[in-house]
Design a protein around this ligand. Structure first.
Ligand code: HEM
Length: 404
């Protein structure tokens, strides 16, 4: 995509090139590159991806997430897409957002719907481990792509045989390098979800998925959700809940494979994993989230115009040295022994990730179950690890070896 013209309200000293989908620095060593962004202005304008504002201070990124009156979620995509598919609840601002959010939190994401999440995750994790060749796996495809989708399909009561079809459109949407590929992914996802939902709604009693049943039981202003709403919610979960966990897993496992001290600390004291995980989520943020400016206003001395795109990036927030001294250092006690570091890895404000508990359980169980079974874990020698930039950052492949 050629650089966009610089709008007249953007001063020259605020212009800096940054393409989070295709930046060289993000392919080689994304974390050092992103930590270096603390040296740039707090808010700068990139002519890439159609032209958008990038916020580099964690405190301001938090403000973008929280201030829905000035930063609307009704336009999330960067670059902007005309007539995007509505994803519920992400595409709505309060108060409309809150109606759907509440219904999802009280039903689909309630403790009741997720009652067997932890044992199910443990079972599926061990099944996947048992499927590895002795002492070796290609972690991205053998594990990180599989666990989140297998769990999600179970929760929705969908057949595990759909895994490959779903992975196909997820990869197109998130890893596509052209607009044509991402559009193809969305169209395929929509066709799948529509076909699958129609079949479930026609015979709901046959579906044993607690998340699907909660969606069916949900009431909005006294009525059940219509199929269109169910489709927009299901699409949202496919788009928000799969590639994100996969991406997060790849960076965390790579770090632990290359850092025996941190790994051993978690093996020796597995009860500290939930606290350590928060530091890993801070250090390896993955999501570039979009908003649009809702009204002309001046923000911290910067003139913003209605419709301007703004990027709130969780990896930039987590590596902001004004919020986290020595941000590249992984320090499980960063917030004090036994205390969880506060980070923006799951966003903040009204749209704070509703699947955060699901993600934390999967990541915690992965660390609890895999690390002790992989003594001497290391990245297989002779492989260059390739980072894939995109709206979530992930590793293309992660060949691992351990002693057995
Ligand atoms: C490590 C894994 C995950 C990460 C890093 C992550 C990150 C995020 C972030 C940053 C947001 C805020 C978006 C915004 O402000 O516009 C968000 C929202 C959301 N996430 Fe996640 N997410 C993860 C896992 C999941 C899972 C497992 C699910 C569900 C299956 C999920 C479903 C959602 C939904 C539905 C929203 C929109 C919530 C709303 O608009 O109220 N996410 N996520």
């Amino acid at each position: 995509m050629p650089p966009a013209p610089i709008p007249s309200h953007v001063p020259e000293h605020r212009v800096h090139r940054f393409d989070f989908r295709d930046q060289d620095g993000l392919r080689h060593d994304p974390w050092t590159y992103l930590a270096g962004m603390s040296d740039l202005p707090d808010i700068f304008f990139s002519p890439d991806l159609g032209g958008y504002w990038v916020v580099t201070r964690a405190a301001l990124i938090d403000e973008v997430f929280c201030d829905h009156e000035r930063f609307t979620a009704t336009s999330l995509a960067i670059p902007r897409i005309e007539n995007p598919m509505t994803l519920i609840p992400n595409h709505f601002d309060p108060p409309r957002h809150g109606v759907y959010r509440k219904l999802m939190a009280n039903g689909m994401f309630s403790p009741r719907a997720l009652a067997t999440l932890e044992p199910d995750t443990r079972r599926l994790t061990l099944d996947l481990f048992d499927g590895f060749a002795p002492g070796t796996c290609e972690f991205v495809h053998d594990f990180a792509y599989r666990l989140p989708i297998d769990i999600f399909l179970e929760l929705m009561g969908a057949d595990a045989a759909y895994r490959d079809e779903c992975l196909h459109f997820i990869k197109l949407v998130f890893r596509g390098t052209t607009l044509a590929q991402t559009t193809e992914g969305f169209v395929a996802a929509n066709a799948f979800v529509t076909r699958w939902l129609d079949a479930q709604v026609a015979a709901p009693a046959a579906n044993a998925g607690p998340m699907f049943q909660a969606m069916l039981a949900a009431r909005i202003e006294g009525r059940p959700l219509n199929v269109e709403e169910m489709r927009a919610i299901t699409m949202m979960l496919f788009m928000g809940g799969l590639d994100t966990i996969t991406s997060q897993m790849t960076h965390i496992m790579r770090f632990l494979a290359e850092s025996p001290g941190h790994r051993q600390a978690l093996i020796d004291r597995p009860e500290t994993i939930p606290v350590a995980l928060e530091e890993l989520l801070r250090r390896f943020g993955i999501s570039y989230i979009g908003r649009a400016v809702a009204t002309d206003f001046t923000w911290r001395g910067v003139e913003l115009r209605r419709g301007d795109a703004v990027c709130a990036a969780t990896p930039i927030a987590g590596l902001d040295r004004r919020a986290f001294p020595d941000p590249l250092v992984v320090d499980f006690d960063r917030a004090g022994a036994g205390r969880r570091v506060k980070h923006l890895g799951f966003g903040s404000g009204p749209h704070l990730c509703i699947g955060a508990h699901l993600a934390r359980v999967q990541l915690t169980v992965m660390l609890q179950e895999l690390l002790p079974r992989m003594p001497g874990l290391r990245v297989a020698a002779g492989h260059a690890i390739e980072n894939l930039p995109g709206s979530t950052m992930m590793l293309k492949a992660l060949p691992l070896q351990w002693n057995c």
